[in-house]
Ligand binder design. Structure first.
Ligand code: EPZ
Length: 426
């Protein structure tokens, strides 16, 4: 296995271009199952997770071609409707094939995804919604074996929690149903807007984009899609936080500032200067703090969009270990998303976890020292990268396959900002 080596303490400066969003690419790739034909997806990031999803689709009979960031998926000849455990267990988002397979074929057998490092990750809302549309779901042998006789029937579905992939799965299930489906308390993340745009260009009729109340008027058939994946807002936030943590300045391009309202406000409250254009964000320190940056400690509480995103909680915690005071980070979305705390503590961070909250006592911008640490999940690993960039000395991060799930060309992009980072064999 490989590890990532970081020689920390060097401010990051320069420009970095953002890739397509992992969490938009996965549902949009699943949506190509809804109808036969050649679908064209643009700005598709080349990641471990998108490669795994292509393998899953090919396993169902989809033919794929990739030219740079353009992915062609031909779903004309699907030869079965089962997603096996060995593929689903490596990537939970595989459950997203359930809705489109049921919409097109009336049956699907998908392995239950199982939990992961950050939580149990149940899919009861997915199942509840499908059953509201008339689907029979049998849970046996670790699989969801689902079928529906004839087309699904539109209905009202209420989410106890605004589930992102739950909303995506049921949107894809409902587009070919008879009648109208209303998703109440639905998720509003930008990735869902990207999916709605794709489905509507395919001939679906979905109203309520960007709200928590989505109305799907069922249609008889759909056409193949041509669409572009939105920029990755979590990758955008990760680089902004990394630049701030190293006392540097820089510009993140090819991004959408409107997708990060909470993070940009928190960085401004922490003392950073943030300038936005339609497709870029510049971050810097005020002149009076450029020589000796002093970071204010600011609380966050993770919430569904447009609240502070849980996928940027670990990265923000790494930043706040460098703060000038104490702050509280509250994680309301997942039950076990503080795995990065123990690793940050190995680097000198002062953090105390109390249930769903972590109290971070900042030690100032020179507060961390490099150490060997271990990645536990995708976003925890990016938190360790940020800490390593800010720390004095060398940090070795093992199990970096977690990182490669969600960050395209990470070493090249960080090196382009002046970071001293490379990979070595364990
Ligand atoms: C999506 O996961 C993202 N993954 C996650 O990103 C992200 O952290 C999460 O949304 C929250 O924003 C993809 O889009 C592929 P949820 P998802 O359903 O859909 C509970 C990353 O790092 N819940 O919105 O699985 C659940 O346990 C990943 O890129 C149920 O109880 O998350 C959680 O507490 C990590 N029953 C809450 O709802 C259900 O049926 C929100 O989960 C579904 C969810």
């Amino acid at each position: 296995m490989e590890k990532l080596i970081i020689e920390g303490g060097f401010p990051l400066h320069g420009e970095v271009r953002i890739s397509g969003a992992k969490n938009a690419a996965l549902p949009l790739m699943a949506a190509t199952l809804l109808t036969s034909g050649r679908h064209t997806l643009r700005n598709v990031p080349d990641l471990r997770d998108t490669r795994t999803f292509v393998r899953l689709l090919e396993n169902l009979g989809v033919k794929s071609e990739r030219y740079d960031d353009v992915l062609i998926l031909d779903s004309t000849h699907l030869n079965h409707t089962e997603a096996p455990y060995d593929l689903v267990k490596t990537m939970r988002a595989s459950v997203l094939v359930l809705g489109p397979l049921l919409a097109r074929f009336g049956k699907a057998k998908v392995s239950l995804p199982g939990g992961c490092a950050i939580g149990a990750r149940p899919i009861n809302f997915h199942i509840m919604g499908l059953e509201r549309l008339g689907v029979i779901c049998n849970l046996e042998g670790g699989y969801v074996d689902a079928h529906v006789d004839g087309p699904m029937q539109g209905n009202v579905i209420y989410f106890d929690i605004p589930s992102v992939t739950g909303t995506e799965n049921l949107l894809m299930a409902a587009v070919l149903a008879e009648g109208t489906t209303v998703l109440k308390n639905a998720a509003r993340e930008p990735e869902i807007g990207n999916l709605i745009d794709m489905l509507n260009t395919m001939g679906a009729r979905i109203d309520g984009r960007d709200t928590d109340n989505l109305t799907v008027h069922g249609v008889k058939e759909l056409n193949p899609a041509e669409c572009t994946i939105i920029p990755d807002r979590i990758e955008t936030g990760t680089y902004l936080i990394a630049i701030a943590a190293t006392g540097g300045s820089g510009k993140v391009t090819g991004c959408n500032p409107a997708h990060l309202p909470a993070l940009l406000e928190k960085l401004r409250c922490a003392g950073l200067l943030i300038d936005e254009t339609a497709d870029s964000i510049s971050i810097s320190w005020p002149a009076r703090l450029r020589e000796v940056p002093i970071l204010s400690s600011v609380d966050i509480k993770t919430m569904p969009f447009p609240g502070y995103p849980t996928d940027l909680q670990a990265q923000y915690m790494a930043l706040m270990t460098l703060g000038s005071d104490i702050c509280v980070i509250t994680e309301t979305i997942f039950e076990n998303r503080f795995m990065h705390v123990a690793e940050l503590q190995r680097m000198g961070a002062r953090i105390r976890v109390d249930g769903h909250s972590a109290v971070v006592s900042g030690r100032g911008m020179q507060g961390l020292a490099g150490a060997p640490v271990m990645a536990t999940d995708l976003r925890a690993s990016s938190s360790l990268v940020i800490a390593g960039l800010a720390a004095s000395g060398r940090t070795d991060i093992s199990r970096i396959y977690h990182l490669e799930r969600g960050y395209e060309n990470l070493v090249e992009k960080l090196s382009g900002l002046g970071a001293r980072v490379w990979k070595e064999q364990e």
